[in-house]
Ligand binder design. Structure first.
Ligand SMILES: Cc1cc2nc3c(=O)[nH]c(=O)nc-3n(C[C@H](O)[C@H](O)[C@H](O)COP(=O)(O)OP(=O)(O)OC[C@H]3O[C@@H](n4cnc5c(N)ncnc54)[C@H](O)[C@@H]3O)c2cc1C
Length: 253
C-alpha cells in the first residue's frame, strides 16, 4: 500500500466495470503499453490521484493469464473511509488510472497433480478465478476444491462460472460457498453451507477422502481467516511448502 506525491502519469484505462452489489465490483483495466504477462495468482497495483497525491493499492488479477489483450480484471470491495476504494468506486469506464506491472509470489505452480484446496473470503477469490480460468484456457483442469466465504449469498461473485465448472465432467472441481450470517434476512432462501470459511475448511479436512500428502492449499483474503486456515492446514498435516498464503491487509495486533 502506498500514497505518494510523485507525479506518476496515468498509463491505463478502465475499459469495463460491472457491479455485483453496492460494495463489490469488477473493473477491467487495460494498459496503454503492450500487456505484461503474469502468473495466475499475481497482483497489479492501481493508482488514482486523490487530492493531488497518488494513492496506490495492490489488486489480485482475476482474469486468465492467456487473455492479456482483454486487460486485467480486478474484483474489488469498497472499504468505507478507505484511501482508494471510495474513489475507485466513483470511476466509470473510460477513466484513466496508474497501473503498475504484475508481481507477487502467491502464484499457481506450473505443474502439480495434487488436489488444490483454494480457500478465500470475499474478494480473496480473485486470484483463484485467474488460476481456474487460465487452467481452463489451457485445457489443463486440476482437481480443485474452492471454499468461498462471504457474509451474504449475493456476495458470491463468479458463482455461476464456478457452478458450471463444478458440473462439468471435464473438471474435478468441488465448489463450497458458505455464508457466515445465515440468520440475516439478506440470506433468506440460502440452503447451502453456513459458517465462516475456516469452519467449513475444518469440516473438509475431517473428511475421510482428505489426504495431506496429496493436497496443496492456497489461502487468500481476510488476514484472520488466512492465519486460522493456515493453522488448521498445518494441524492436518500440510507442510510449509504446501500452504501458500496471501493476506489482503495486515493482521490486527
Ligand atoms: C497482494 C494484495 C492483493 C490484494 N487484492 C485485492 C483484491 O483483489 N480485491 C480487493 O478488494 N482488495 C485487495 N487487496 C486489498 C487492497 O489492496 C486494499 O487494501 C483495499 O482495497 C482497501 O484499500 P483502501 O485504500 O480503500 O483502504 P485503506 O485506507 O488502505 O484501508 C483502511 C483499512 O481497511 C481495512 N481493509 C482493507 N481491505 C479491506 C477489505 N477488503 N475488507 C475489509 N476491510 C479492509 C484494513 O484494516 C485497512 O487498514 C489486496 C491486498 C494485497 C496486499
Amino acid at each position: 500500500m502506498s500514497s505518494t506525491s510523485a507525479p506518476l502519469l496515468p498509463n491505463a484505462t478502465i475499459v469495463d466495470r460491472s457491479d455485483l452489489t453496492e460494495s463489490i465490483a469488477c473493473f477491467r483495466i487495460r494498459s496503454d503499453a503492450a500487456p505484461v504477462a503474469f502468473v495466475p495468482g499475481q497482483y497489479v497495483t492501481v493508482g488514482l490521484g486523490v487530492d493531488e497525491r497518488l494513492v496506490q493499492r495492490p489488486y489480485s488479477i482475476a482474469s486468465s493469464a492467456r487473455r492479456l489483450d482483454d486487460g486485467y480484471e480486478l474484483y474489488v470491495r469498497l472499504v468505507p473511509g478507505g484511501a482508494l476504494t471510495p474513489h475507485l468506486f466513483r470511476t466509470r469506464p473510460g477513466e484513466r488510472v496508474v497501473l503498475r506491472r504484475p508481481k507477487g509470489r502467491f502464484a499457481l505452480r506450473p505443474v502439480d497433480d495434487r488436489t488444490h484446496l483454494f480457500v478465500a473470503t470475499g474478494c480473496g477469490l480473485a486470484p483463484f478465478m485467474s488460476m481456474l480460468r487460465t487452467l481452463d484456457d489451457d485445457r489443463a483442469p486440476r482437481r480443485v476444491i474452492v471454499v468461498h466465504g462471504v457474509s451474504y449469498a449475493d456476495e458470491l461473485g463468479y458463482r455461476s462460472e464456478l457452478e458450471r465448472w463444478a458440473e462439468d465432467p471435464g473438471w474435478a472441481l468441488r465448489y463450497v460457498p458458505t455464508v457466515s450470517r445465515p440468520g440475516d434476512p439478506r440470506n433468506a432462501g440460502w440452503t447451502g453451507w453456513t459458517g465462516r470459511a475456516e469452519a467449513v475448511l475444518a469440516a473438509l479436512l475431517a473428511e475421510p477422502s482428505f489426504d495431506p500428502a496429496r493436497t496443496i492449499a492456497y489461502v487468500c483474503g481476510n488476514p484472520e481467516m488466512t492465519v486460522s486456515a493456515d493453522r488448521l492446514l498445518r494441524a492436518a498435516g500440510l507442510d510449509d511448502a504446501s500452504v501458500q498464503k496471501e493476506l489482503y491487509w495486515p493482521l490486527a495486533r
